[in-house]
Design a protein around this ligand. Structure first.
Ligand code: ADP
Ligand code: MG
Length: 378
């Protein structure tokens, strides 16, 4: 990809360029834990946004998106915001860098990527992190710390793209490290790397390509349940709750709230269990926890859907080590940890059975845990 982008850049702008990249991400386990002060456990993947960049000596940014085959030019003041959605991600990163006292001057860039859009792998965070990292390297001597780079991406989503996201995606894209997953404590924002190189296994996502839009804002309802239980327990978030504490107040809360809280308390512990298992290289335990998460998301948290439960059932039937919904639910992907000797049969069976039932095949996305934001040198 690097040569192709640099060649395009050179033809278009007539100069050399420097290339930067940042990655999409998966989250192995730790779902609906962020707003409960718990842990998430993401890693960057071998799917990137890559940009060739050169300072142009003006106060304008000139951008060409190879994938959109579209060109855009904008200034660096607040009133210069472009109309094109894809360009607003880059404009937002420039603005958020400037707002934090960083320097940004005019530059030319050509970029492209292979993070599937809207599949739950956070192509938008890859795009933001790529430019946040690049601007820091080109204009600011890398003085902006990495966590701030992640926040620049997050604020871009909030202030320029209308997406009120948490910090996990940008964090994973900036901090990602080959063969490592990262446990991010959503309360303290501390993070720790854990080894993830499952020899003899593959990590594969199956994208159901369905998205169920629900009318009664299920996300807000789940949040409200969690906050309600936390308030009755007298704790700030469910991070500080235990099964015993929950059992003690069972008759004071609805069955629904009880099940929501039970999932969150279990999920916090499962992330910790997975971390322990990874330190022992015990991928069977990792897989078991993934299945437990799926069951909890499906039965207690009720954010699954028929298609995702079906993919999960097929995974079990095929002897897959671990499988679960990835992301908020109601559609999107399952993430699967699969023994190599079981992989071909699983993929063929999942495609065939899913197609027979739902009229289209799931998209197969193989991922390897890789480096996050970096300068691409030969
Ligand atoms: P995701 O879950 O993949 O982050 P989003 O809707 O948040 O989905 O972000 C997708 C948007 O990011 C696209 O609509 C586009 O504006 C921008 N984007 C992502 N990848 C690319 C790319 N390769 N080229 C141009 N724009 C991209
Ligand atoms: Mg996104």
């Amino acid at each position: 990809m690097k040569e192709k982008i640099q060649e395009n850049f050179n033809q278009r702008f007539g100069t050399d360029s420097v290339v930067y990249a940042s990655a999409g991400r998966i989250n192995l386990i730790g779902e609906h834990t962020d707003y409960n002060g718990g842990f998430v456990f993401p890693g960057a993947i071998d799917k990137y946004i890559m940009a060739a960049i050169n300072i142009n000596g003006t106060d304008k940014v000139r951008v060409y998106s190879m994938d959109m085959d579209a060109y855009c030019e904008f200034g660096l003041n607040e009133e210069d915001a472009p109309q094109e959605q894809w360009a607003r991600y880059i404009f937002g990163v420039c603005r958020e860098t400037i707002k934090r006292g960083g320097t940004v001057k005019g530059f030319d860039t050509v970029f492209a990527g292979n993070v599937p859009l809207g599949a739950g792998l956070s192509s938008s965070a890859a795009l933001e992190s790529c430019f946040a990292f690049a601007l820091n390297d080109m204009f600011n001597d890398n003085k902006i710390d990495k966590f701030e780079l992640a926040k620049i991406g997050q604020s871009t989503e909030h202030n320029y793209c209308g997406v009120n996201c948490g910090i996990m995606d940008q964090f994973a894209s900036v901090f990602g490290k080959k063969d490592c997953l990262m446990r991010l404590d959503c309360r303290s924002l501390e993070h720790e790397y854990f080894p993830f190189h499952p020899e003899g296994y593959k990590l594969v996502l199956l994208n159901s390509k369905v998205k169920h839009e629900l009318v009664d804002s299920p996300y807000n309802k789940r949040r409200a349940s969690c906050e309600n239980v936390a308030a009755i327990l007298g704790v700030e978030t469910l991070r500080d709750a235990t099964y015993t504490m929950l059992a003690d107040i069972r008759d004071k809360i609805s069955d629904e709230d009880y099940r929501r809280a039970r999932f969150v308390i279990g999920e916090k512990q499962r992330v910790l269990d997975v971390c322990d298992a990874l330190e022992r290289g015990d991928y069977e335990t990792v897989g078991r926890c993934m299945f437990e998460t799926h069951d909890g998301l499906s039965r207690d948290y009720e954010v699954s859907c028929e298609e995702l439960d079906y993919l999960n059932d097929v995974a079990r039937e095929c002897g897959v080590t671990g499988s679960r919904i990835m992301g908020g639910g109601f559609g999107g992907c399952t993430i699967n940890l699969v023994k190599e000797d079981c992989y071909d049969n699983f993929i063929a069976t999942a495609k065939e059975k899913f197609n027979a039932k739902y009229g289209h095949e799931p998209e197969v996305i193989n991922v390897i845990i890789s480096d996050g934001a970096h300068k691409v040198v030969d």
